[in-house]
Design a protein around this ligand. Structure first.
Ligand SMILES: [Mg+2]
Length: 304
C-alpha cells in the first residue's frame, strides 16, 4: 500500500468536526476562525541519516518542512509543538544540539516553540505540529486550479536531491550550496506573500513536482501538464543528473525536499521569482512533456 492510499483509508475512519473549513487533504488544516494547523514527521533512517546530517540541521529541517506547509496555504506562523522519540546512541548533548537547530529555525521564521513531549523509541524521530493564522481574505488551497491557468514554481528545483547524492558520495567535501539546500530547507513565506489573492491553487514541493502536480490535479479535478524542459534547475543539478545517467528535468521532478511553492495563476501573469512550467487543462492526472517524460514519472513515497 502506498502513502496516498493509506492516508485515504485512515481519513475515511475519522470525521471532520464542526468549525473545520479545510480538513485532511491540503497542506494544512484551516479552522473557521482562521487557525491553521499542520504536522510532519522526520524519522532517522527514513528522512535523514546521522552520516549525512549535522545534528542541528536535523532540528532545523524538522521545523522548516512544517513551516513550508503553512507557507503553502499563505498562512503566517504562530507557534509549534515538538514531539521527540529518542533511539539508542543519542546522548542528551546530541539532543540539545538538535534543538539548537529547531531554535534557529524558530527564530528565523518567528515561530516560537510552545510545547512538546519526549519518549524513548527505536530511533530518533521528531513529530512537529505548527500552528498559524490563515491568509486574508482566504487561504490558498490545492483545489482552486482551473483549465487555462498557468502552472508556476518558485526558485529552483533539484538542489535538495542533488545535495543528498553529493553528501552521500562526498561527505564533508560535498558542494556547499547543494548540500545546504538538502540540510537546511527554507520555507518560502516570501513568495507565498506575493501569491495570496493571486494564485488559484498552491502547495509546497515536498515530494517532487511529479508527485505534487498529481496532488494538485486530484484536489482541483483537472489535468496538469508539466514541461520538464521548463523546470528551473539549481546550479550544478543538470551536471550531476547527467553524471548519474539521468535526464536533468526528470531528475529534478522526482527529487523531493526542495520546499519551493507550486502554484497556478491566471494566464498571462507569471509572478516575479517564479517560472512557468506548464498549464492546466480539463481532465485528470498529470501529463509530462519534454526530455525524460517518456515512461512516466513518480515522486517520493514515504512508505516505499
Ligand atoms: Mg505540503
Amino acid at each position: 500500500m502506498g502513502e496516498f492510499e493509506l492516508i485515504g483509508r485512515l481519513a475515511a475512519r475519522v470525521a471532520a468536526g464542526a468549525g473545520v473549513a479545510v480538513g485532511i487533504g491540503d497542506d494544512a488544516a484551516v479552522f473557521a476562525d482562521g487557525l491553521v494547523a499542520s504536522t510532519d514527521l522526520l524519522v532517522e533512517g527514513v528522512h535523514f541519516r546521522r552520516t549525512t546530517a549535522a545534528l542541528a540541521d536535523i532540528g532545523w529541517k524538522a521545523l522548516a518542512v512544517n513551516l513550508s506547509d503553512l507557507a503553502a496555504m499563505g498562512a503566517t506562523p504562530r507557534g509549534a509543538l515538538v514531539g521527540l522519540t529518542v533511539g539508542p546512541g543519542w546522548s542528551n548533548d546530541d539532543l540539545v544540539t538538535v534543538y539548537e537547530g529547531v531554535g534557529a529555525c524558530a527564530e528565523a521564521f518567528r515561530c516560537p516553540i510552545v510545547g512538546g513531549d519526549v519518549s524513548r523509541g527505536p530511533s530518533l524521530a521528531l513529530a512537529v505540529t505548527v500552528l498559524g493564522h490563515a491568509a486574508a481574505p482566504a487561504p490558498v488551497l490545492r483545489s482552486g486550479a482551473r483549465p487555462g491557468d498557468v502552472l508556476v514554481v518558485s526558485g529552483a528545483l533539484g538542489g535538495s536531491e542533488a545535495g543528498r547524492h553529493l553528501l552521500e558520495r562526498d561527505g564533508a567535501t560535498a558542494d556547499v550550496a547543494l548540500a545546504l539546500r538538502h540540510r537546511r530547507p527554507v520555507p518560502r513565506f516570501d513568495v507565498a506573500a506575493t501569491l495570496v489573492g493571486r494564485a488559484s491553487a498552491m502547495l509546497d514541493v515536498s515530494d517532487g513536482v511529479a508527485s505534487d502536480a498529481r496532488r494538485l490535479a486530484e484536489a482541483s479535478g483537472v489535468r496538469v501538464v508539466v514541461d520538464l524542459d521548463a523546470l528551473p534547475l539549481q546550479a550544478g543539478v543538470a551536471d550531476l543528473a547527467r553524471s548519474l545517467g539521468r535526464q536533468p528535468g526528470a531528475f529534478a521532478a522526482v527529487g523531493g525536499e526542495d520546499y519551493e511553492l507550486l502554484a497556478t495563476v491566471p494566464a498571462g501573469t507569471v509572478p516575479s521569482g517564479m517560472t512557468a512550467i506548464g498549464w492546466i487543462e480539463g481532465g485528470a492526472g498529470v501529463t509530462f512533456l519534454g526530455d525524460g517524460a517518456a515512461g512516466g514519472l513518480s515522486g517520493w513515497d514515504h512508505l516505499a
